[in-house]
Every structure is written in structure tokens, then in C-alpha cells.
Design a protein around this ligand. Structure first.
Ligand code: SF4
Ligand code: MSK
Length: 630
């Protein structure tokens, strides 16, 4: 293994040592086995779109072949590859969104899935033009679901934008020709236009990427969040704990991993079934201990305080503890390695979605029509596996941190009401937040999001950047694996205000919040968009006028590329801590890191050093403040 820090997490490093002793490999070992990555792939100049290729053109102008067999230049190849990454990411988020909308379409008063948040249903129904007056709640829910599905497929007109998109932003998109038509179409358009012999212009391909990404952020992901809130409730502030130390020595430990909350909600419900608790006890366990991994964890912790076992790079190490009876997964960010790895322990690796079957797993399809019974069946598998645990192989690191989570836009607004009532008298608005930013008590806000990547020390980028930002009075909102990194580092505790600058500390004390707000899963970046859009509308400005930045310090997924692209397209400068595969296309690099600013008022910054990235972010926030005269 390489002689460098693999993780800033002690739990992680202890378990990496155990993995070595147990003779099993993890992502870090496989990275070393793979040796240096292919230089063409790193630069994005390898094309395998047609069977005349694959063509690898030179990433250095003047050296080697400068065109593929069809004549595509390095920039065209890089731009097509980039666009296909955006399409992959937008498809994953939006198909998740579609599943949630379809679940509401089939929800009923007596069924397993119900409307739990009527207020949110009314809000979404109204924004999608559904009549609500005097109607049965489930009639409204079903019509709202149909209106949601329309956003994926309507053939005439454009995406119904949420009212949180400032008018000026919509004008920017219309002028640039990147206003989404519908979610599916703008993803399909990319697949069509990147086919051999179609689009061959870097700028046009990046604009298509922006359109599909906007359809993701303000469409598919936005709907995923809204419809999840309708069925499972809009999150409110709640306590939890984070890190692998949340596994318990004598309980049936079940790790819920993946993304869509439908499965995890039902399993959480089933875990309280007396029949299953008795069954667990009959096997000699104290009970059932559900914990979460990746974004399933984020969804469920926001609503139930589910304990966070860890983020992306901890999924294998949860199994290495030897204390996990089952890893239950649905879709996205699931390492296929879990199938082989779990066979080295007693862990059952249970796949549940037809969208993500994995060779070597135990597949128990989650049947939404009989969701509760399905969830019970899955949990029974885990419980009956408890007796197979080999205690000589068990090691649970004694490491966990307390955290406060559950900051939906609604719960942030309700926290802000604590100061609104005394100062202004108008509750239910973002005015106090906007006032703090305008007055300079808070210098700005930052969204810290995205994955883990073994190219960078695990969690280091997230934690260092967050600490630097809050020390500079920049309030941080976090989602996805970044939020879990913050939780494990103790940054989601209210006491973490002691790491903050004087202004942010004061605000945190007054409003009684931590300096870093966990806003949910990756699709819940829509909550961040909703919040910044609401602040921009409140101030009568565009999002690009606000001293707000975004950063994905350890990103790895195509979803992150789509996220970065819609965040920049929404007018928010975005830092990437891992270099994307675009460096072989000088024009593409110029568009992303320079020309996008003229198009949408924001651009990408690529900086692998977390310290430098946070300095640049603070500098940019101050520049923005000067520019708008605050
Ligand atoms: Fe090569 Fe062009 Fe085919 Fe790509 S599309 S593999 S560059 S011939
Ligand atoms: S889970 S996309 S590793 S943030 Fe949403 Fe984490 Fe990235 Fe998956």
C-alpha cells in the first residue's frame, strides 16, 4: 500500500489494518493494484463512441494524433465525454426522482406508503398547477404525482421551474438556450448528440450539458426531495451519531446503503415490529440496530435520526468489522466489491432493486406493493444470520461523534424565526439570514457536497475546507458524503460554533444551530438551491449576485459532475478538489473555468489543495461582496 495518509478517520485506519490481517482487499488496495491510471483517460481524450475506434488522441497539442478516425478533435472528444458524464449523473438522480413520484401515485390511506406531510403536498400541488380546493387528499396526491411525471416527459413547452428560481436566472437560461424542455428529453438529447457523427462543437456540447444538469437540479432532484417530504415528512432538527462506532456488539447490525428512501423508510418501520424484535432476541441478540451508509443514511437520519455508519469509502470497512449481519442496498454508490468481501465474513449482501442487481449478492426484490412485508422478509434474513457471526473476527472501533441534523429549508426558516420574532416581527422568512449576509456578520455561505475518492485522503478535503470556511464566518450547508465527514469530525454539533469566526458564532448562538447544517442526501442539493433561490428572491437579486460558493472536495461520481454543472449554471462558483477528465481539451477547460462566467455569472475552479481552495473561496466571496456593494 502507498505510504501516505489514507484517511483522517482513526476508525477507518484501524479497520484498514484489520482488513490487511484478515487478508481482504479494499478500494485502496485495488487502486494500488491498478497502478497508474491511463493518461488518455485522465485527460478525457479517449473515445470509444463508435467501433472505428477506440481512438486516443494526444492530450498535448502537436504531439501524436490530433484527431480520431472520424476527425473528432481532442476538444470534441473531451466535451462529448463530459456531456455523457452529466447525462449519467442527471439520469441517476432523476430516475430516483421518478421512482419517488411513482410511489406517491400509488400511495393510499390504507397502503404502506401514505401522505404524511399534507402541508408540503399542498405546496407542491399548487406549484405544479393542481387544484386543491375541497378535494380528497389522495386525489390531490395522485394528480400531483401525475403533474410531477409530466416534468419528465412533456413534449410541449419547458420544465415547470419552482418559484425559487429567480426571474433573472430564468432569463439567463432562456437567453443562453439552456432552459430545460423536460428531464428525460434533455438527457436523451445528450445521448443523441454525442453519437458518432453528430455534435462536434465543444461549446454547444457544454450548453447541452448545462441544460440537462439544470433539469436534474431544478427538476429531477427537486421533485425527488419534494415528493419524499410529502410521503416521509419534511425533516426537522434531530440528534444522531456518526462513525463506525455506531455498530453494536450484541445487536443484529443492519447497514442500509444506497439512495432511495422508500426502502429504508419501510425497513425502519419493520425494525419496530414486535415479531421481529422477539425473533432477534430469540437468536441471542439484544435487538435490531439499523445504521446507514451513504445517502440512504442521509435521507433516514434527516427524518428519523438514523445513526450514520459512514460515507462512501466506509462501506467495505463496515463489513470488515465482522459485526454486520446484512448490508441492504438499493441503487447508486454501491461497490460491487461488497459481494466478494461479505463472503469473507458472515455478512449477507442483499440487493433489492432490479436497477442494481449485483453478481454474488442475495437478491430479495423490494416489492413496493407489499412494501412492509418485503421489508420484514429482508430483515428476517439479517436476523437469522446473527448466529453465524464469528466473534473472533469482530472489531468495532470505539469511535463515534454526536451530530444534529435535519436542516430542510423549512427547519432553517423555523430556526431563524427565533430571531425574527424578537427583531422584526415577520416569521417564516429568510430575512434574518439575508440580513446577516448583507450586514457582513456572515461573510457568505458555502455548500460543501460530494463523495469520497481514494485519490485524496478520506474526509480530509471536506473537513479542512469546512473548518477554514467557518473560521472565516462563512456558514456551511452540507449534503451527501461531505455532510457525514462533517458529522464524524464533530462539526454538526452546536458546540462546533467554537471553531467559527465571531460573526458566525454569534449567529449560531442566537439561532441555536451548528455552524454546519446537514441538508440531506445528494438529491437534496435541491434544498440548497431552494434556500439560495429564496434568499435571492427576498433580496430581489439573481443567485449569481450572492456571496455564495460550492465545493466538492472529494467527488468521484457522474452525479457529482451533473451537480457541479447545475450549481455553476445556477450562478454559484464551484470548486472541484479532484481534477475532472477534461484537461486534454483546452477549449473545454477554458469554457468551464473561464467562459462560463460570461454565460451564467459563475464558473468552475479546480484546486486539489483544500487549504488553497478554501482561501480562494473566501477571496471570491469577498470579491462578490465588493461587486454588489455590501
Ligand atoms: Fe474514434 Fe470518432 Fe469513433 Fe470516437 S467517434 S471512436 S473519435 S472514430
Ligand atoms: S452517496 S454520489 S458517494 S456524495 Fe449520494 Fe456519497 Fe457521492 Fe454517492
Amino acid at each position: 500500500m502507498e505510504e501516505k495518509i489514507l484517511s483522517i478517520q482513526t476508525a477507518q485506519n484501524e479497520l484498514l489494518e484489520k482488513a490487511k490481517k484478515d487478508g481482504v482487499k479494499t478500494a485502496w488496495d485495488r487502486k494500488v493494484d491498478l497502478k497508474a491510471p491511463c493518461g488518455f483517460g485522465v485527460a478525457g481524450v479517449c473515445c470509444r463512441i463508435c467501433a472505428m475506434g477506440p481512438c486516443r488522441v494526444s492530450p498535448v497539442p502537436g504531439k501524436g494524433a490530433d484527431r480520431g478516425i472520424c476527425g473528432a478533435t481532442a476538444d470534441v472528444i473531451v466535451a462529448r465525454n463530459f456531456a455523457r458524464m452529466v447525462a449519467g449523473g442527471a439520469a441517476a438522480h432523476s430516475d430516483h426522482g421518478r421512482s419517488i413520484v411513482l410511489t406517491l401515485l400509488n400511495a393510499s390511506k390504507d397502503g404502506d406508503f401514505k401522505v404524511k406531510d399534507e402541508k408540503k403536498l399542498m405546496k407542491v400541488a399548487k406549484r405544479l398547477g393542481v387544484e386543491t380546493e375541497g378535494r380528497d387528499i389522495y386525489d390531490i396526491a395522485h394528480d400531483t404525482a401525475k403533474a410531477g411525471l409530466e416534468q419528465f416527459s412533456k413534449q410541449i413547452g419547458t420544465l415547470t421551474l419552482p418559484p425559487t428560481v429567480p426571474e433573472k436566472r430564468a432569463e439567463v437560461w432562456n437567453k443562453l438556450g439552456v432552459m430545460p424542455r423536460n428531464i428525460d428529453r434533455d438527457i436523451v438529447s445528450i445521448m443523441h448528440s454525442t453519437h458518432i457523427g453528430c455534435a462536434a462543437d465543444a461549446e454547444s456540447l457544454i450548453k447541452m450539458s448545462m441544460r440537462a444538469a439544470i433539469a436534474d437540479g431544478w427538476g429531477g432532484s427537486y421533485l425527488a426531495t419534494e415528493f419524499s417530504d410529502i410521503m416521509f415528512e419534511t425533516p426537522k432538527e434531530i440528534d444522531t451519531e456518526a462513525n463506525l462506532g455506531v455498530l453494536q456488539g450484541n445487536s443484529v447490525n443492519v447497514v442500509l446503503h444506497g439512495h432511495e428512501p422508500t426502502l429504508s423508510e419501510m425497513i425502519i418501520l419493520a425494525s419496530e415490529d414486535p415479531e421481529l424484535i422477539e425473533l432477534a432476541k430469540a437468536q441471542g441478540a439484544d435487538g435490531i440496530n439499523l445504521v446507514g451508509m451513504c445517502c440512504t443514511a442521509n435521507e433516514a437520519t434527516m427524518r428519523h435520526g438514523l445513526k450514520l455508519a459512514g460515507n462512501f469509502l466506509q462501506q467495505e470497512l463496515a463489513v470488515v468489522t465482522g459485526a454486520v449481519e446484512a448490508v441492504v442496498v438499493d441503487v447508486q454508490c454501491i461497490m460491487p466489491a461488497l459481494a466478494q468481501l461479505s463472503k469473507n465474513y458472515h455478512t449477507k449482501f442483499i440487493t433489492t432493486s432490479p436497477k442494481a442487481e449485483i453478481t454474488g449478492s442475495t437478491h430479495i426484490e423490494f416489492d413496493e406493493e407489499h412494501a412492509y412485508e418485503s421489508a420484514k422478509k429482508i430483515l428476517k434474513e439479517a436476523i437469522m444470520n446473527f448466529k453465524n457471526r464469528d466473534n473472533s473476527k469482530v472489531y468495532i472501533p470505539d469511535v463515534k461523534s454526536k451530530a444534529v441534523v435535519g436542516y430542510s429549508t423549512e427547519s432553517i426558516v423555523s430556526a431563524l424565526d427565533k430571531v425574527t420574532n424578537s427583531n422584526i416581527g415577520v416569521a417564516g422568512t429568510v430575512k434574518p439570514l439575508a440580513d446577516c449576509i448583507v450586514s457582513g456578520v456572515l461573510r457568505g455561505a458555502a455548500g460543501v457536497v460530494g463523495c469520497n475518492n481514494p485519490k485524496t485522503p478520506h474526509d480530509n478535503g471536506h473537513v479542512e475546507i469546512i473548518k477554514n470556511l467557518i473560521a472565516n464566518d462563512v456558514i456551511v450547508v452540507a449534503t451527501g458524503c461531505a455532510a457525514q465527514a462533517a458529522a464524524k469530525a464533530g462539526l454538526l454539533q452546536k458546540e462546533a460554533r467554537n471553531y467559527a469566526g465571531a460573526g458566525l458564532k454569534k449567529v449560531c448562538e442566537l439561532v441555536d444551530i451548528p455552524p454546519v447544517l446537514h441538508m440531506g442526501s445528494c438529491v437534496d442539493i435541491s434544498r440548497i438551491l431552494e434556500l439560495v433561490g429564496t434568499v435571492a428572491n427576498h433580496l430581489g437579486v439573481d443567485i449569481s449576485d450572492l456571496p455564495v460558493v460550492g465545493v466538492a472536495p472529494e467527488w468521484m461520481s457522474e452525479k457529482a459532475v451533473s451537480i457541479g454543472t447545475y450549481v455553476v449554471s445556477s450562478g454559484i462558483d464551484t470548486w472541484l478538489g479532484v481534477v475532472p477528465p477534461v484537461t486534454g481539451g483546452p477549449e473545454v477547460v477554458d469554457i468551464l473555468t473561464n467562459r462560463m462566467e460570461d454565460m451564467v455569472g459563475a464558473k468552475f475552479f479546480i484546486e486539489t489543495d483544500p487549504k488553497k481552495a478554501s482561501e480562494q473561496m473566501v477571496e471570491r466571496i469577498e470579491e462578490k461582496r465588493k461587486r454588489i456593494g455590501i
